[in-house]
Design a protein around this ligand. Structure first.
Ligand code: HMG
Ligand code: MG
Length: 305
């Protein structure tokens, strides 16, 4: 039954092929990445974060992003997005015909140094030409606010640090802005406070919640965000991932679990749960481990019975 106080539709940004796979130490064959991305798009994901054009020395797993994008069969209507930290990345993203690029800044100075090797202000100056070139090319621009709910180095992050970065992303012309719990430490009340503050400076229908599930709070944080009116969420198939620069951080909330919650609430996503389950099983076989998703485990047990 639908709940009148929650959004009726939610847009899922599937980040498994990027946020998930970027953290894997083992070599993942190109064909497996390609098949995963195709399965996610075929399941109805409107936006698949499929690539990252960052330094291959920093994130080796994403070095084959140009080849991945050149090989995939593209589904009409699906937005394929990529992370870009600078102009070099933007040029590669344009060559790969991405539909959207995401710049990623930090709400804390020490994490900015660790993830981007520069201060927050310097990162914004690097993003400025990226934003202009993306606009000139007519592709979408997203801004991700990392460590918005807590930082692995400094600990607490002030809400004003989050809204400061949101304002800088507005100034760059971002279409959407992601509020990210990089290390998965937030709880529902804090999530509500931060999301309400972000919605005070940027249209709520263009804000996204990006929750890692380190402390098992991601679904509760999504529910708190839904109650705030946020209708865009990032999630990762089979709960893949972590962050190479945040030790101990686990993957994003599993897409299968988010779909189970949203389906139960009668909230539309346009995504086929069974096909996502199959995609999660597929990539987990490639990685040689079980999906980090309770909904996937439950469905697997039901099918095996
Ligand atoms: P740097 O070393 O300070 O930069 O890195 P540099 O400009 O001196 O370049 C060093 C080398 O990297 C040079 O190569 C450049 O050509 C090359 P060399 O001359 O030594 O052979 N390089 C590049 N190569 C390919 N593509 C590029 C590129 N840029 C430079 N775009 C830099 C600065 C930003 C490049 C580096 O710090 C970097 O790549 N950082 C990326 C870190 C990253 O990808 N982190 C994980 C993703 S963020 C995340 O997961 C969080 C998120 O999910 C949200 C959340 O949960 O919070 C989005
Ligand atoms: Mg992330």
């Amino acid at each position: 039954m639908s709940n009148p106080t929650l959004p009726k539709k939610v847009r899922i940004v599937e980040v498994g092929p990027r946020d998930g796979l970027q953290n894997e130490k083992q070599v993942i064959p190109l064909e497996a990445k390609v098949e995963l991305i195709q399965r996610l798009a075929d399941a109805g994901c409107p936006n698949v974060e499929a690539a990252s054009f960052v330094s291959p020395k920093w994130v080796p797993q994403m070095a084959d992003s140009p080849q991945v994008m050149a090989t995939i069969r593209r589904r009409p209507g699906t937005i394929y997005s990529a992370l870009v930290p600078n102009m070099k990345g933007l040029e590669a993203a344009l060559a790969a015909k991405m539909g959207e690029v995401a710049v990623f800044g930090s709400a804390s100075e020490p994490f900015s140094q660790r993830n981007l090797n520069c201060t927050i202000a310097e990162s914004i100056e690097r993003f400025r030409p990226v934003a202009k070139a993306a606009k000139d090319a007519g592709i979408r621009l997203r801004g991700s606010v990392s460590v918005a709910f807590g930082c692995p180095i400094q600990g607490e992050v002030a809400v004003s640090a989050v809204t400061d970065l949101v304002r800088r992303f507005i100034d760059l012309g971002c279409d959407d802005i992601d509020i990210c719990d990089t290390i998965g430490v937030s709880t529902a009340g804090h999530t509500r406070t931060v999301m309400e503050a972000a919605a005070g400076v940027f249209p709520i229908d263009r804000l996204a919640g990006h929750f890692h599930d380190t402390y098992g709070q991601a679904l509760a944080n999504i529910y708190a965000s839904l109650e705030t009116g946020i209708s865009m969420y990032h999630s990762s198939i089979a709960g893949l991932g972590g962050c190479p620069y945040a030790k101990g951080a686990t993957g994003n909330v599993a897409t299968e679990d988010v779909l189970y919650l949203l389906n139960g609430l009668g909230i539309e996503t346009g995504i086929d749960f069974e096909k996502m389950f199959d995609a999660g099983q597929f990539i987990s076989r490639v990685l040689g481990r079980a999906p980090v998703s309770r909904a996937s485990a439950a469905l697997a047990a039901k099918r095996a019975a």
